[in-house]
Design a protein around this ligand. Structure first.
Ligand SMILES: C[S@@+](CC[C@H](N)C(=O)[O-])C[C@H]1O[C@@H](n2cnc3c(N)ncnc32)[C@H](O)[C@@H]1O
Length: 247
């Protein structure tokens, strides 16, 4: 699947098309709070922070300091840095932070972008304090039945099937010194208040799986989505993804 080039245009489009409003992430906030006791004074490493929506979420939800590490300059440029969010140029396998400097790491839709997962896991082990967890939010092979993109664009499933599996990710992190799976849960988020709003926000160029579709498959999926939106005008656009926490 061709990688997306995150230039200024894509970064702006990503914010419109892919960022999830905080209100739509309630189940995620609750699940993270249940699994990891984050509180003010702690530092969270947001690896592959993108446009910084989860950096903002962690700061807002838990009052933590966030180190937002992102290799694409255009994405870094739109991260809302402030007293609590520090934006850093770096990659998962070369984190610009000292040893044992963070209380948790967050990887949101990033593991399938990493060219060397084992190296990234080792680097995260170095950057995290002993026993500190890594929280991974991702689509995983075979676990996408409730993914909204797969529902309307079923051909995107083969893209997800090429991602690292739960077992592969767990093995890479275990080999790097992470001990055990603290949680594996599928969680909902509300991508938009209605399917119509979701269809209007959709931007093929911000999603490598949608971009990889032939034009006719994309057009068919969009028509399917628009029909569903017309048939169910009040249905919120709810999609599901996995939270995998290793510590
Ligand atoms: C799909 S976006 C996810 C952004 C954000 N975490 C979110 O959930 O909205 C993937 C991000 O991973 C970044 N990325 C790609 N390769 C990376 C690497 N080797 N290390 C860290 N981040 C990387 C990309 O630049 C991009 O911003």
């Amino acid at each position: 699947m061709p990688e997306i080039t995150y230039d200024a245009q894509t970064a702006a489009a990503y914010r419109t098309a892919r960022e999830i409003p905080l209100d739509g992430l309630t189940a995620w906030r609750e699940a993270i709070a249940e699994t990891v006791p984050l509180r003010a004074g702690m530092t969270v490493l947001d690896v592959g922070a993108g446009t910084g929506s989860f950096a903002t979420a962690f700061r807002t939800w838990f009052g933590v300091r966030v180190l937002a590490v992102e290799p694409a300059a255009a994405m870094r440029a739109v991260i809302p840095a402030d007293d609590a969010i520090e934006v850093l140029d770096g990659r998962a396998d070369a984190l610009p932070v000292p040893d044992a400097s963070a209380d948790a790491a967050w990887l949101g839709s990033v593991v399938h972008h990493l060219p060397d997962l084992a190296a990234a896991a080792r680097e995260l082990r170095r950057a995290l304090k002993p026993g500190a967890p890594v929280l991974i939010r991702n689509a995983f092979p075979g676990r996408y039945d409730r993914d909204l993109r797969v529902r309307y664009f079923p051909e995107t499933a083969s893209g997800i099937d090429a991602y690292p599996s739960i077992d592969e990710v767990t093995a890479a992190f275990t080999a790097a010194g992470f001990g055990r799976t603290r949680t594996l849960r599928s969680l909902p988020h509300e991508a938009a208040p209605t399917l119509t709003a979701f269809a209007e926000r959709l931007d093929r160029d911000t999603d490598s799986k949608l971009r990889a579709l032939p034009d006719h498959a994309y057009a068919r999926g969009l028509a399917h989505l628009r029909r569903a939106a017309a048939d169910h005008p009040d249905e919120p656009a709810v999609s599901w993804m996995d939270l995998l926490v290793l510590a």
